[in-house]
Design a protein around this ligand. Sequence first.
Ligand code: NAD
Ligand code: MG
Length: 385
Amino acid sequence: MKRDLTILGSTGSIGRQTVEVALEQGISVRALTGGKNIDLMEQQVRLLRPSLVAMADPEAAAELAQRLFGSGVPVLSGEEGICKAAELDTETVLSAIVGAAGIRPTVTAIARGARIGLANKEVLVAAGSVVLPMVEQYGAELLPVDSEHSAIFQCLMAKGGGGAPRRILLTASGGPFFGKTREQLAAVTVEQALKHPSWRMGAKITVDSATLMNKGYEVIEAAWLFGLPIDRIEVLIHRQSIVHSMVEFEDGSVMAQLGRTDMKIPIQLALTYPQRASLPLSPLDFTQQPPHTVAAPDRETFGCLALCEQAFAVGGTAPAALNAAGETAVYAFLSGRLPFLAIEQLCREVLAAHAPIPSPSLEQILAVDAAVRAEAEERLSAFSF
Ligand code: NAD
Ligand code: MG
């Protein structure tokens, strides 16, 4: 079997771990894409010798091209360049760009029938209604990389025949602010929000985990990937992050996937599926574990979870609008322009004002994404603190 790979977002947290897994598994990496981290991309190109590389930022692409002059590796630029990378005929595309910026490149890879290792959940949040039919139409394959969805996928692999599962039990660590009140949340800092208790990840998803927006996105992601209505997807707070999610079957039997909090496990499974390969991680010692706890999420304090469920129930472009507002709000929080609780407030306002387009095309979703970003920017500059 030909085993080669394109990594969209290779300079990010998931991208860097994917590079390591590819090297460990002897998978040839033929295309890399990044945003503007020139130093890391130069190192990755010299290490992996891909057929091409693309940078979203045109200035970064120009600088990288200078540094790689004479190497024979072409450097493309902008979204168009990234889509060219996605078009290269590799077996697998690991989709690990953050945010809606990953939609077009991922869709490009789907349209050539590739196997997609999907880390970028925003693709399904904003555009699941067009992406899933395309996967079918082009004979592509979606393998989840998000740890919870990989866990569910693994439970379903083990399930054998029979009908759809009765429920998905989606676990959540609860993030750094578990147990806090709204009053306490009003004063939290960027530094505190970036201290996730169990996972080291990119900044955007780490803040999404602190608001529980990430879990809301994951409910939508699970609904699309596994074809269940969201009232059959239950979120459970499990602070220890050992159970990565569970599936309940018709007969009441529940299957769970457990493991270390290491994203290499779901990344590697997406790259070697249907095989499992060995990973040099120390095994879980169950005798040394703290007691495992499970609790319902605090939906009043962390309102973003319900916002996601609401947007999904409305359908059409509502989830895309929420996603665009969420991205704008998180980056504004990270740059000190918005307090933590205003992330939820901005998203709530944008969602309430959005007139959703039913059954949107991809172009309509992308247009809503752009328009809502502009609108959210305007709204946040009018916020007073
Ligand atoms: P990250 O911020 O560390 O990396 C993002 C990557 O996307 C980088 O390579 C960056 O250069 C690139 N990028 C950023 N903006 C871009 C743009 N406009 N155009 C093209 N490329 C751009 O993020 P991450 O933590 O690796 O997360 C990537 C995706 O995977 C996110 O959707 C996240 O929700 C999902 N995910 C991450 C983890 C994790 O452990 N990090 C776990 C589950 C899911
Ligand atoms: Mg997750």
